[in-house]
Design a protein around this ligand. Structure first.
Ligand code: F6R
Length: 607
């Protein structure tokens, strides 16, 4: 899941390459590099481990200039982050950048070594450069050599390719990894994401599997691997491409946590009437399609999967629809039995997560009634695969740890829940709508807890483990709380269904183990309280987040956080926010790289 950017132009491209790459840094940030064909028709390459800003400093010192170039920001799969493993990779006159995984690279490497090719990196990508070079030396044309190499590869790739002997041409190819072509006057681009070209052009063509594109400054031609030209529509992006900044906050994560109130408010204002959700908010004729649904299969990863788990709880509570939530990396590889009238719902912030995309492609062939996606990025791969798309309109999420994407997914799913509740005859929709409308006020009260979270965060900085417990729809919030804490503070954390504690994890509890109970006032409070009593009996440190009036004796070693009262259906949205704030302040105290935690990337475009 790396970022690829390239440009062929009538102007100097180095600055454009760096600013395009900067916008793709969320896809990987452990090393970066670029290759430019200079005005003397030689490829010059600059690479480093580190960020795009490190590459920028190196480029500044180099006086590198030319009118055709490729650039890459890396998230390591094969080989540690280092200069030698950074892209572009070269083979004589060829230089390439690659996103994806080449599954047969070992076998190809052995064959190429026999042809005396020397491998200078530990990556799978380097074989691609040598392969193209080896086909060129067999007297194939440049285009045919690239096609022959692509036909030899197994796995996924988005590629940008330069050849010194064709200094005005940039070749791109895609298979199972996103890539698009930005179309402009006197310059054309390749990019992993439309955002990176928006400052130059809004016109773009999305590449599909097994396609190869040949770009020069005034023309873009797309071909199949059979060499036949393919006519593809040029899309115009509806995205604004504004420059994004922290707006005075210390981190993007903090800013995005605070954006949640307005995002939720806007969704409610746009989609909710006085007692009902407005007609067809999930797309044309979506209300009648949803009326006929008997089962739902949610598929997602990470935080988006946690949102699916909350939705499963809600849907089964208010309707007779049966619901399954499944991790995409599992779904994509197993045999799936699809019942009649099942709706497949993919949830994804980016719309580019490889496992979710593969799962959705698989779903399209499996006989689901329809495919609905809940996604934050318009024009993403996921939206293109879906019959219906609901855009969460959370705005670009820059912090790797997802916050506003999660709550915007939850509020979108709550709209879905309302619509699905109609066929049960329970008439619960006005109650849910009423609760939704209280959210902006309640969230203001929740944000006033930030100081308290800052205080509590001090208790966690020297801890190595934390447990989060919840029942019902609070169980996925416990999972989400644990995910946030571990990914940005590097404290090992687990979320558990509170009732599972005594089936194993209780063995971990001792005086150094903080255990956080999420306990919105509902019919499960007493059960969670008895689970927490079991923790206290083993000297565990208990933190309770609840709006129930509870009293504890002095010296009871229980930290009580009083949450504002809230309706049952909106509790997951209310209770997740102090968890985000807590994780954030623990990470601030631990001085970690909050917006770009180690080993992670924002968009997971490899399996
Ligand atoms: C965690 C986080 C990840 C993503 C996951 C799926 O904070 O951000 O777990 O939720 O990688 O990403 P999307 O939603 O883009 O499919």
């Amino acid at each position: 899941m790396c970022g690829i950017f390239g440009v062929v132009s009538s102007n100097a491209v180095t600055g454009t390459l760096l600013s395009g790459l900067q916008k793709l840094e969320y896809r990987g940030y452990d090393s970066a590099g670029l290759s430019v064909i200079t005005n003397n028709n030689v490829i010059k390459r600059i690479r480093c481990s580190g960020k795009v800003s490190d590459l920028r400093s190196l480029v500044k010192k180099s006086n590198l200039t030319g009118r055709c170039g490729i650039a890459h920001t890396r998230w390591a799969t094969h080989g540690v982050p280092s200069t030698k493993n950074s892209h572009p990779h070269s083979s004589g006159i060829i230089s390439i950048v690659h996103n994806g995984i080449i599954e047969n690279y070992d076998e190809l490497k052995s064959k190429l070594k026999k042809q005396r090719y020397k491998f200078l990196s530990d990556t799978d990508s380097e074989v691609i450069a040598h392969l193209i070079h080896s086909f060129l030396s067999k007297k194939k044309t440049y285009f045919d050599a690239v096609v022959a190499a692509l036909k030899t590869l197994k796995g996924s790739y988005a590629l940008g390719i330069l050849n010194e002997k064709n200094p005005d041409t940039l070749i791109a190819a895609s298979h199972g990894s996103p890539l698009l072509l930005g179309i402009s006057r006197n310059e054309n681009f390749i990019s992993s994401d439309v955002n990176a070209v928006l400052s130059k052009t809004k016109k773009y063509i999305s590449m599909d599997d097994s396609e190869i594109a040949v770009l020069n400054k005034s023309e873009v031609n797309i071909f199949g691997l059979n060499g036949r030209k393919i006519k593809k529509p040029v899309s115009t992006s509806i995205q604004k491409g504004n420059s994004i900044n922290k707006a005075g906050y210390n981190h993007y994560m903090q800013k995005e946590i605070y954006e949640q109130k307005n995002i939720i408010k806007n969704t409610i204002n746009d989609k909710v009437g006085s007692t009902r959700i407005l007609p067809n908010v999930f797309g044309p004729q979506s209300d009648s399609m949803l009326k006929s649904i008997k089962h739902i299969h949610f598929v997602a990863c990470g935080t988006s999967f946690n949102a699916a788990l909350v939705a499963k709880n809600w849907i089964e509570e208010v309707s007779n629809i049966s619901c399954v939530a499944e991790i995409a990396s599992e779904f994509r590889h197993r045999k799936v039995n699809v019942l009649k009238d099942t709706l497949y719902v993919a949830i994804s912030q980016s719309g580019e997560t490889a496992d979710t995309i593969y799962s959705t492609k698989k779903a399209a062939a499996l006989g689901y009634k329809k495919i609905l996606s809940i996604c934050n990025v318009p024009e993403s791969s996921l939206t293109r695969l879906s019959d219906y798309t609901f855009l969460t309109h959370a705005g670009p999420e820059i912090s790797v740890a997802s916050t506003k994407a999660f709550t915007s997914q939850l509020i979108s799913l709550l709209l879905l829940v309302c619509i699905l509740s109609r066929s049960s005859g329970k008439k619960i929709e006005p109650t849910i709508v009423k609760q939704m409308k209280t959210l902006p006020k309640i969230l203001t009260k929740v944000f006033s807890l930030e100081k308290e979270m800052q205080q509590i965060a001090k208790h966690f900085t020297n801890k190595h483990h934390t447990l989060f417990l919840g029942r019902g729809a609070s169980y996925p919030i416990a999972l989400e709380a644990a995910l946030k804490l571990k990914e940005i503070s590097y404290i090992h954390a687990e979320g558990y269904a509170a009732g599972e504690l005594k089936h194993g994890p209780l063995a971990l509890v001792d005086k150094d183990m903080p255990v956080i109970g999420l306990m919105p006032e509902n019919n499960l409070v007493d059960q969670v309280l008895s689970n927490l009593a079991e923790v206290k009996a083993r000297q565990g440190l208990v933190y309770i987040f609840t709006n129930k009036k509870l009293k504890f004796k002095r010296g009871d070693k229980t930290h009580l956080v009083s949450m504002p009262s809230c309706g049952h259906f909106i509790a997951p949205l209310v209770y997740v926010i102090p968890m985000q704030l807590l994780a954030y302040h623990v990470a601030v105290k631990k001085k970690t790289n909050i917006d770009q935690p180690r080993n992670l990337a924002k968009s997971v475009t490899v399996e």
